[in-house]
Design a protein around this ligand. Structure first.
Ligand code: ADP
Ligand code: MG
Length: 346
């Protein structure tokens, strides 16, 4: 460390540059490594046919969840689901997890049993075996860290870096719902804090609240792609927001992109809630995080299979890197795409 220079704040560097800077000195020492740092999961060749994928994610109280409106059973489910999502983003199938918890004394045994009931439900849903973990005391709150393993055929592994000029940009499901669910939960929390006698007004928001509290990793999409015989040229899961993920994909693939804003799929409940909150639905669809849908690119030859499937929306196309990355709005105005994403460091 050079103490002549003023010390930098993490927020000044930003999460992604920080990871790049910290990991720059590390080089792979193993030829079996086929995907390293910088993708949704790492990939390690097991033999000539199979690749083992591995990923890890934290959920931290006060950063990723608020115990005031996040039931612990849902939290356990979500912790597994967000990890499965990263394995899906490699076009792989998750099979094993380890779960580590750092827990303060404010949590009872019964509370942790609830958490594990959610973890169990997700393991059943996604066909995953829990094979280990670690348990420790913590001075505050609750932190959950899950490491997940999965596997995929070598010929089908899908990285962030494979998109090429003229490919089509596709997203599964609909976007912005989880973010609007969070806005509703935050609003009701404030109302409750002001007057605990008032019951939360959650009726009519069931879909978006479920998107926030109980996200479903799109394992079904991996099965559908497999049945259609489509191997995406690149893929990433939408955890931080569409704009942010498109930028990651384009950077990793060294390509540009045209995204057509009006093609981004949104549920009517998401749109209506955004309008009620005086938010622009287009902005919500671009920057709202935690939908855990899959964003991928396909070769033009596969368009027939994807176009006719109700799970998918074609939202843009890949261009040459020199053309840049643009969002084209309803009026046809092209604006350079920027990511707001989540800002955890202040
Ligand atoms: P995702 O949103 O898909 O979980 P992240 O944005 O968390 O991915 O991480 C991007 C990449 O950086 C991943 O390949 C991840 O393994 C790697 N990474 C993140 N944090 C670290 C770290 N502290 N040390 C090494 N690699 C890291
Ligand atoms: Mg991811």
């Amino acid at each position: 460390m050079d103490h002549q220079q003023p010390l930098r704040k993490i927020s000044e560097v930003g999460e992604f540059s920080l990871i790049e800077e910290l990991t720059r000195p590390f080089q792979s020492k193993h030829s079996e490594l086929v995907v390293g740092i910088g993708d949704d999961a790492a990939g390690i060749c097991l033999d000539d046919e199979l690749v083992q994928v591995i990923s890890t994610d934290f959920l931290v109280e006060g950063v990723h969840f608020d115990p005031m409106y996040m039931p612990l059973k849902h939290l356990g489910y979500k912790a597994v689901s967000v990890n499965v999502s990263d394995i899906c983003a490699m076009n792989a199938t998750a099979n094993f997890i380890t779960v580590s918890i750092a827990v303060s004394s404010k949590y009872s045994v019964e509370a942790l049993e609830e958490l594990y009931a959610g973890i169990h439900a997700a393991c059943e849903k996604f066909s995953i075996s829990l094979v280990g973990g670690d348990t420790t005391a913590a001075p505050f709150g609750l932190t959950i860290s899950i490491t997940i393993l999965g596997k995929v055929e070598k010929t089908k592994i899908t990285k962030r870096s494979g998109a090429k000029n003229f490919d089509l940009l596709v997203v599964s499901g609909d976007l912005g719902g989880a973010y609007m669910g969070l806005q509703v939960l935050e609003r009701e929390k404030e109302v409750f804090k002001a007057n605990p006698k008032i019951q939360p007004e959650l009726e009519g928001f069931d879909y978006i609240i479920q998107r926030q509290l109980k996200p479903e990793a799109r394992k079904d999409i991996i099965t559908i792609l497999n049945q259609l015989g489509v191997v995406p040229t690149s893929m990433i899961d939408v955890s931080d927001g569409l704009a942010s993920e498109i930028l990651h994909l384009c950077k990793a693939s060294q390509v540009g992109c045209h995204l057509y804003g009006e093609k981004i799929p949104m549920d009517t409940q998401t749109i209506q809630t955004a309008l009620d909150f005086d938010l622009d639905p287009a902005t919500v669809s671009l920057n709202g995080g935690e939908d855990y849908e899959l964003l991928f690119t396909i070769d033009q030859k596969d368009v027939g299979n994807i176009q006719s499937n109700p799970h998918f929306a074609i939202i843009g196309h890949i261009t040459d890197a020199n053309d840049g990355i643009y969002h084209i709005d309803k009026q046809g105005t092209a604006v350079a795409l920027k990511a707001q994403g989540w800002k955890h460091f202040n």
